[in-house]
Design a protein around this ligand. Structure first.
Ligand SMILES: [Zn+2]
Length: 59
């Protein structure tokens, strides 16, 4: 997996309920927090889950 930094935008395989699949990384560590770039909703994922579902978005 490519290097990710706080503030990067990632995409997920499944879009958020609002239809957007781009998320900004707002917290990294044992848990990751992602903020939906469309509606601002924040979700928390374990590191394992994050690395399974997220990948760096093409800028
Ligand atoms: Zn959303």
């Amino acid at each position: 997996m490519s290097e990710l930094n706080l503030g990067d935008t990632v995409t997920t395989r499944k879009p958020h309920a609002c239809g957007c699949n781009k998320w900004q990384i707002v917290r990294m560590g044992a848990d990751y927090k992602l903020k939906c770039t469309n509606c601002g909703h924040v979700v928390m994922l374990s590191s394992d889950k994050f690395h399974k579902v997220a990948k760096l978005a093409k800028q």
